[in-house]
Design a protein around this ligand. Structure first.
Ligand SMILES: O=C1CCCN[C@@H]1CCCn1cnc2cc(F)c(F)cc2c1=O
Ligand SMILES: [Mg+2]
Length: 507
């Protein structure tokens, strides 16, 4: 497989497509907006699943599976939140040749599939808290430009749906789940995120409030929603009649609910964050192959005996690494040069490559090359069982550090409106003192669509229809106090600023 023949900084869309196809992460299907997840990407999803599943089970969450089909009546049960989404619902209208009496929807999310059951199951406060999760797929017939992992018409996710006796119990869990989402990004994928609350404009209409982890694609300067944990309040329990008798007042009480979701979009954010012009870069914690060992110095002149001796030593080195719980592959493929093999492993994003040849054997060392940095180092074979795990940890930490520094420098505090659009155009997100008013946000989106005179549009902006900035979140970590009397940054808005809000163009 030849390498990537376009640069990330020159043509991001083409670079991204080449990385995911040449690293055999994705194959395109014959249905627009739907993609084949090949083993290299599915294995990353499995690492995410294994880690998160273990964590939510510690919280008492149980997995289940509800039907993919939702009756029209059930889907319509929750009208006001649906109205904004109706255009995305995929409907089944026929069974073979025969038209269905009533079309059934393919789940876009499972609230309306699950809460009828919740209403039956939850009779007394002793049935609370009820905590169910599904690992499944959902379909949303988006019309915006699809991008593998980031925006597809079918995607894999988990959706957690919990019911609680008290608002406190619900809101405590919402934040615990959000912390787990941030850990998936930062601990597993080495991707930095900002935790915060969605504004009224951007929250899930069916929720009291939505908390979110927001990522950043430095190549385009756009924000990206990475996972949401909603406090639904009593909205759905009133709609679906999920009530218990309050154990203290004996009055009927609508339960307090949460729902939280995390999707395969996270893999796309990881690819865009770390991968480079040599191809994919996979953080060690989610790399199926963490170390590839390539024999070197084997030429036509090498005797079969010497070659076999070298290969045996390589097998022994691989055993040392396996015993140290390192996921290692030896590359004895015939007919390919070491250089070809190096490029192939780099394309596939393997975090660490070891070379071993007659010279290394004579010196009892291996030669190590990190995927995330240029240069080579030698490691004594006797040190491998500790040095390799440490080096993988260092690679994981350095990948995060680099991405975190980049994200931090591209979150710019703005207090003067004249700086807002130019800062966006320089591929940044903007933190501004904001009044939190919805119409004001809409106006900011409009005003940031036009490029101010003389602004050189970034290459991809010139191509993509220029979009406005929307609010991404109200960061939990506010960058500072808002001085008394500070006005909203929108020059046409006379309201007082309430919070620092992170705005940006986004996916
Ligand atoms: O985001 C989550 C986490 C997991 C469970 N669901 C919540 C809210 C989902 C919000 N949402 C998001 N998208 C939707 C698309 C649709 F076509 C539709 F009918 C409904 C929705 C919809 O309710
Ligand atoms: Mg959507």
């Amino acid at each position: 497989m030849i390498g990537i023949d376009v640069r990330k900084e020159d043509d991001l869309a083409e670079w991204y497509q080449q990385v995911i196809t040449k690293a055999e992460m994705i194959e395109f299907s014959n249905v627009s907006g739907c993609y084949i997840l090949l083993p290299p990407s599915y294995s990353i999803w499995e690492y995410i699943q294994a880690w998160f599943d273990a964590e939510i089970k510690k919280l008492g969450v149980k997995n289940c599976y509800f039907p993919i089909f939702i009756s029209e009546d059930d889907l319509q049960k929750e009208k006001d939140h649906l109205e904004g989404f109706a255009a995305e619902v995929a409907w089944v209208t026929h069974g073979g040749k025969s038209k269905l009496e009533k079309p059934v929807a393919i789940r876009p999310t499972s609230e309306t599939a699950m809460y009828g059951y919740y209403s039956k199951k939850i009779r007394s406060h002793r049935d609370l808290p009820l905590k169910l999760n599904q690992w499944n797929n959902v379909v949303r017939w988006e019309f915006k430009h699809p991008m593998p992992f980031l925006r597809s018409r079918e995607f894999l996710w988990q959706e957690g749906h919990t019911a609680h006796l008290t608002q406190e119990s619900a809101s405590e869990e919402v934040l615990k789940i959000l912390d787990l989402y941030a850990e998936i990004y930062e601990y597993l994928l080495a991707v930095p995120v900002v935790k915060g609350t969605k504004t009224e404009n951007e929250k899930f209409p069916g929720a009291d409030y939505t908390t979110t982890v927001e990522g950043f694609v430095s190549a385009t300067g756009r924000g990206i929603q990475g996972g949401t944990s909603h406090c639904l309040g009593q909205h759905f329990s009133k709609m679906f009649g999920i009530t218990v008798q309050d154990p203290t007042t004996s009055e009927p009480l609508n339960v307090w609910q949460n729902s939280w979701g995390f999707t395969t979009r996270s893999i796309g954010v990881m690819i865009l964050t770390h991968s480079d012009n040599k191809g994919l870069v996979v953080p060690p914690r989610v790399a199926e192959t963490q170390v590839a060992i390539v024999p070197v110095g084997v030429t036509a002149k090498t005797t079969t005996e010497d070659r076999d001796k070298l290969y045996k030593e390589i097998e022994a080195i691989a055993e040392i690494l396996k015993d140290a719980n390192v996921r290692v592959e030896v590359d004895f493929r015939e007919g390919y040069s070491p250089g070809w093999k190096f490029n192939d492993w780099e394309l596939k994003g393997v975090p660490l490559r070891l070379e071993f040849g007659p010279k290394d054997s004579a010196n009892h060392v291996v030669t190590a090359s990190r995927r995330d940095q240029d240069g080579k180092s030698t490691i004594a074979i006797t040190e491998l069982n500790t040095a390799i795990p440490e080096l993988l940890e260092t690679i994981q930490a350095d990948l995060f550090k680099k991405a975190d520094e980049s994200f931090r420098t591209h979150r710019v505090q703005i207090t003067d409106w004249k700086d807002f659009v130019p800062t966006l155009n320089a591929k940044n997100l903007c933190l501004i003192p904001h009044c939190l008013g919805g119409p004001c946000e809409d106006e900011i989106k409009e005003m940031s669509k036009r490029q101010q005179d003389g602004d050189v549009m970034a290459a991809e902006d010139a191509k993509a229809p220029s979009m406005g900035a929307k609010s991404l979140c109200i960061p939990f970590e506010q960058p500072g106090e808002i001085a008394e009397g500070t006005k909203c940054t929108n020059p046409n808005c006379k309201a007082a600023a309430q919070k620092w809000v992170m705005f940006g163009r986004s996916y």
